[in-house]
Ligand binder design. Structure first.
Ligand code: NAD
Length: 279
């Protein structure tokens, strides 16, 4: 067990990637404080932790409110006496052309995705600094580094998370705290369900994603465990991209067709692992 007896705060743990990370950490021996806005889904997460014999606490808080983030730290210390790992996974996304983004939407996205991470770095970072030890993992997005239409506020917020990850790593190293990020491409969760289930998009994913499918929450947990464990003790300020190769290549439909024809000529299956639950 790589996280035996560690105490981890995971925000956004009521669903999607955050819940998957909470469960994976528990399976590695951690006690998890599952944070989110609604208590119901968090209690479901904690019930799943209990099924594998792991301790957990469901804690309702809005990460975009600094007083709430302070309460998360207090509740964690009250219950478990320490905090070893922080995963900033809570996030929101809204699709809208930049020219039509209104102020409340901009505020919600920036306050949750960027200021929420800042508050947690500051409040949890203080506690970890006192103990001279900690692992912080920010869930960013490839949108932080690659321009995407209809997501200007989201991309800006995630670009901010990338910058914050590096800046915090530069400051927190002296306290033996590692700060890293994970930047997923498209992962099938409630945030992306509509996008992923559209048959036209499924074909697009097969074409444009080198590994031929959209991501699953299980694809993200390995890096999250690695960055929380002693295996990554000499790594800080990095961003691990998990996107099936999307953001590192540019492909055209004609080029994909040429590659498929080549595979046929060579008598090879064009895709070893074509299936995706959305495809
Ligand atoms: P999700 O909607 O299932 O999870 C987001 C969680 O954050 C939800 O449980 C929600 O309740 C919580 N949350 C939102 N605002 C909050 C707030 N103010 N305070 C507390 N909790 C709040 O979606 P997901 O795909 O699991 O997203 C998790 C993270 O991964 C997000 O930061 C998202 O930007 C990032 N991400 C997702 C994808 C993807 O394709 N799904 C891709 C790149 C990055």
């Amino acid at each position: 067990m790589r996280l035996k007896d560690k105490v981890a705060i995971v925000t956004g743990a009521g669903s999607g990637i955050g819940r998957a990370i909470a469960l994976a950490y528990a399976a590695e021996g951690a006690k998890v404080v599952a944070v989110g806005r609604r208590l119901g889904p968090l209690e479901e997460t904690v019930a799943k932790l209990a099924e594998i014999g792991a301790g957990g606490l469901a804690f309702s808080a809005d990460v975009s409110v600094s007083a709430d983030v302070r309460r998360i730290v207090e509740a964690t210390l009250d219950r478990f006496g320490t905090v070893d790992i922080l995963v900033n996974c809570a996030g929101v996304q809204k699709f809208c052309p930049l020219l039509e983004v209104d102020d409340p939407t901009l505020d919600e996205i920036v306050d949750t995705n960027l200021k929420g991470v800042f508050f947690a770095l500051r409040e949890v970072g203080r506690e970890m600094a006192r103990r001279r030890k900690g692992k912080i993992i920010n869930i960013s997005s490839i949108g932080g580094a690659v321009g995407r239409p209809l997501r200007s506020a989201y991309c800006a917020s995630k670009g901010g998370v990338d910058a914050l990850t590096r800046a915090a790593a530069a400051e927190f190293g002296q306290y033996n705290i590692n700060v890293n990020a994970i930047a997923p491409g498209i992962v099938e969760t409630t945030m992306t369900r509509e996008l992923a289930q559209d048959p036209e998009n499924a074909e697009e994913f097969r074409m444009r994603i080198p590994l031929g499918r959209s991501g699953r929450t299980e694809d993200v947990v390995g890096a999250a465990i690695f960055l929380a464990s002693a295996e990554s003790d000499y790594i800080t300020g990095i961003i691990i991209t998990i996107d099936g190769g999307t953001s590192n290549v540019v492909t055209r439909a004609s080029e994909i067709r040429a590659l498929r024809e080549s595979a046929e000529r060579l008598g090879m299956e064009p895709r070893m692992n074509p299936e995706s639950s959305s495809a």
